[in-house]
Design a binder for this molecule. Structure first.
Ligand SMILES: Nc1ncnc2c1ncn2[C@@H]1O[C@H](COP(=O)(O)OP(=O)(O)O)[C@@H](O)[C@H]1O
Ligand SMILES: [Mg+2]
Length: 545
């Protein structure tokens, strides 16, 4: 659903509510700070008047110094408050996003826009920092400071107030608005190109061997160079826009100050203001543009922030494909029955009128060509998706009425590839059971025949899995996956081609480990190879529908 900018802004602002007091303090500090900064040259002007009248400068100098110190302290306090708010909010939003991710889980993570998704949870959340730390309070501060300065000018003369108002509006609203259309387009083009460029460079590094092998490195280099040139030209557009903005702003600041000077001279000549005003009013004018200039710089960033905000809000509002069950029954795992199940991903039908029985404490082997829906069946057994038609019964109860927690507790899963986190082996294993004792870890690893390997490592179970886990071979990795499953110790063990990436020696070891530990477990073993299914009690052949 497309949201208007106003909707996005108002929804983003709602998050600030619990931190309103801090926000108010930040705005107050910022406003007083700016006023202190503005006062310094205005006091200077007053000083000139004092000199001309032969009066002492002492109080004025002290006041100027006080203003300078105040400005520094208040600016610091304002920034501290704003960043406190921003980082607290980002933490909160990340928490929401991860909570949502868990609810959306498979449907979303399996989806084909995984790349987008990753940028969503990393850079988009980051972009909101600009909004919370550098947008809301500057806007309020600019409004307040400008209003006070207009009132100040009005206390000298209405015409001066009018000029000030026009000046602030031009710099703070007019120029950003004028630039926003082109800068938003240029910004978007730049970000897209930068994303493509990043992906390309990463891919090139990852595929370095292939590139060298096939002597394609030079061609690739050309492509990267080309893309870099495009990126540079897009950045140039952005910078040109910014330069236009800066020069227009400076011209306006000078123009409105000169206008104030001319107006106050005319007013003084007609005796409508005292002569001090000729010095004071232009000084006030030129020194009071700070807050609105800060606003005009927001323009480019805001378009990005709104885009990021929209994507995040869309995610947070997305309905989970699968509601977690909390008030259902707990599973007492026995047999599983799949009855007349239809299932499709969108329009892509995978299972049609599919039925099978999975008897308790047996190994069911499932064989079938790639793409025939074997993994999909396992995912349905884990209720990562709901069936479209038919039903899945666990112990004669519909899977949809079983508490999600209980379902996860009773089912263990090993996939084709085991993901290892950048952490110690012990902690990688404890993913499956957070409070597992060391003895339990060892027992599970012995079952998966990986204990000896772990003990041969320099720090045993505390050895860190090196980055990307590239130091662990495929066979070891799968055995760690199996150890996780044994540690989790569900009654149902779902194995989705756990050995398809392994050589026959490793495959044999893993299958043997499964067979030796099958007591009291209902096991579904998926493979497209007949040889892998030697230990199965029954074999089901799946066909593509
Ligand atoms: N998340 C998904 N979204 C859309 N289509 C999918 C998704 N996962 C799998 N498919 C499609 O469903 C079909 C069955 O996939 P899968 O169950 O993984 O087959 P198998 O495990 O037997 O190789 C394939 O055509 C695959 O492209
Ligand atoms: Mg599969």
């Amino acid at each position: 659903m497309h949201k208007s900018n106003r909707q996005i802004l108002s929804k983003l602002i709602v998050f600030v509510k619990p931190m309103l007091p801090v926000m108010v303090i930040a705005i107050a500090m910022g406003t007083i700070g700016f006023l202190a900064a503005i006062l310094i040259p205005v006091l200077g002007a007053q000083g000139v008047v004092h000199i001309m009248e032969g009066r002492t400068l002492r109080t004025i100098v002290i006041a100027m110094a006080a203003c300078a110190v105040l400005r520094g302290v208040l600016r610091y306090a304002e920034q501290a408050c704003n960043h406190y708010i921003a980082f607290r909010l980002l933490a909160h939003i990340r928490d929401l996003v991860f909570g949502k991710l868990r609810a959306l889980s498979c449907a979303k993570l399996e989806g084909r826009d995984k790349g987008n998704f990753i940028s969503l949870i990393t850079s988009d959340v980051e972009l909101l920092e600009v909004f919370y730390a550098h947008t809301i309070s500057p806007v309020c501060i600019a409004l307040l400071v400008s209003a006070i300065c207009v009132a100040w000018q009005a206390s000298m003369h209405g015409v001066l107030a009018f000029i000030a108002l026009a000046g602030y509006a031009t710099v703070g609203i007019g120029i950003p608005f004028w630039l926003s259309k082109t800068s938003a387009k240029a910004g978007k083009a730049f970000r897209e190109q930068a994303g493509a460029q990043n992906a390309m460079v990463l891919e090139s590094v990852r595929g370095m061997k292939e590139l060298l092998w096939f002597q394609a490195a030079n061609r690739r280099k050309e492509q990267i160079l080309q893309s870099t040139k495009e990126l540079a030209s897009k950045e140039k557009k952005i910078k040109q826009g910014m330069a236009k903005g800066v020069s227009a702003t400076n011209v306006c600041v000078i123009a409105f100050t000169v206008l104030t000077l001319l107006a106050s001279m005319a007013l003084a000549r007609q005796g409508m203001v005292v002569s001090d005003v000729v010095l004071m009013a232009p000084m006030l004018m030129i020194s009071s543009f700070g807050p609105v200039i800060a606003l005009s710089n927001l323009g480019t960033g805001l378009a990005q922030t709104l885009g990021a905000g929209e994507r995040l809000l869309d995610l947070l509002e997305e309905e989970a494909a699968m509601e977690e069950v909390e008030d259902g029954a707990d599973a007492a795992f026995g047999s599983i029955a799949v009855e007349n199940v239809d299932f499709a991903y969108g329009k892509e039908r995978v299972l049609q009128n599919f039925s099978t029985q999975i008897p308790k404490n047996r190994i069911l082997g499932i064989q079938g060509k790639s793409g025939c829906g074997k993994s999909t069946l396992l995912k349905l057994l884990m209720r990562m998706w709901d069936v479209d038609e038919g039903r899945i019964l666990i112990d004669e109860k519909s899977i949809q009425g079983i508490n999600t927690r209980s379902l996860r507790r009773h089912e263990s899963y090993v996939a084709q590839e085991t993901v290892l986190f950048h952490d110690s082996i012990a902690r990688n294993l404890r993913i499956a059971k957070a409070d597992a004792s060391d003895e339990e870890l060892v027992a599970a690893c012995k079952k998966a025949s990986i204990h000896d390997f772990i003990m041969s490592l320099p720090q045993g179970y505390d050895t860190p899995v090196a980055e990307l886990g590239s130091s662990v071979s495929g066979g070891e990795r799968q055995r760690l996956g199996l150890a996780r499953a044994f540690l989790h110790d569900g009654d149902v063990l779902l194995l989705d081609e756990p050995t398809s990436n392994l050589d026959s020696l490793n495959e044999g070891a893993i299958l043997k480990a499964v067979d030796e530990n099958k007591a009291g477990k209902t096991i579904v073993l998926v493979s497209h190879r007949t040889s892998s299914l030697q230990f199965a009690d029954t074999i089901l052949k799946m066909e593509k529908t």
